[in-house]
Design a protein around this ligand. Structure first.
Ligand code: SF4
Length: 237
């Protein structure tokens, strides 16, 4: 388990009304725009996006495993990504609980959806702040990440959240993040994973065949998929 964890809880966040209206398919002159602006203003005053990270060290590597500070993670892709890496940064970034408090005040579906969109904006602010902080503090220009549950199911199974939370000890609770029995995090707009130095950007989307994902950041890469499953293919021949 990592004993020293840094918490970032003074993260600037300015909700983007124009982006929200665009997501909702509304014009600024729409009758609903002022109601939505009221929600945006409330979100701006209560939101407190947060993040945390620890500094971990790779201790052992197996064929499909990598041990970080005594915790064994099972993922061939993670193992491959950390082949030449010794220092990693397990992390969590979250929109924070405050926006869920705001959500509970509304029953109107459009306004509730607007708050969910603002939670996504707050999460992006937390994640970007964290990455900028780690890059600057540790002098790392190339930084990639992997997340349990991202990409095809075998890339790094969602159940590995249990190991990630074990690695981070009680720190997630200190920023209001909980892991439930289904290995999903609360608040729902929260990401967890491991940041690692990398000269080439790695995106789990390159190993994900899900169609029409609005969050896709890179196209599916059949060559990389083959490379990461090569031994399975050979064994099944
Ligand atoms: S394509 Fe979508 S589901 Fe697949 S890893 Fe990327 S963001 Fe996740």
């Amino acid at each position: 388990m990592i004993t020293v964890v840094t918490i970032l809880d003074e993260i600037p966040f300015v909700p983007d009304s124009a982006d929200l209206l665009k997501t909702l398919g509304l014009d600024a002159s729409s009758d609903l725009a002022s109601e939505i602006q009221d929600v945006v203003d409330q979100a701006a005053s209560v939101a407190k996006p947060k993040a945390l990270y620890g500094v971990g060290y790779v201790e052992e590597r197996g064929r499909d495993t990598v041990t970080i500070d005594g915790v064994v993670f099972t993922s061939r892709v993670l193992r491959m990504n950390l082949t030449d890496v010794y220092r990693v940064f397990p992390f969590i970034a979250t929109c924070g609980l405050e926006l869920d408090g705001l959500l509970a005040r509304y029953s109107d579906e459009l306004l509730r959806y607007s708050i969910e969109c603002l939670k996504s904006q707050a999460l992006n602010a937390a994640r970007n702040h964290l990455i900028t902080h780690v890059r600057s503090k540790y002098g790392i220009s190339g930084l990639s990440s992997m997340h349990p549950g991202s990409g095809d199911v075998a890339v790094w199974p969602l159940e590995q959240q249990v190991e990630l939370f074990r690695l981070l000890g009680d720190a997630p609770a200190r920023i209001g993040v909980q892991l439930n029995e289904s290995c999903l995090m609360q608040p729902n707009k929260t990401v967890s994973g491991i940041l690692f130095p990398s000269e080439r950007d790695f995106y789990s989307c390159r190993l994900c065949r899900r169609d029409k994902c609005p969050g896709r950041r890179a196209p599916f890469d059949p060559e990389l998929w083959k490379k990461t499953h090569e031994e399975d293919i050979e064994e099944n021949d």
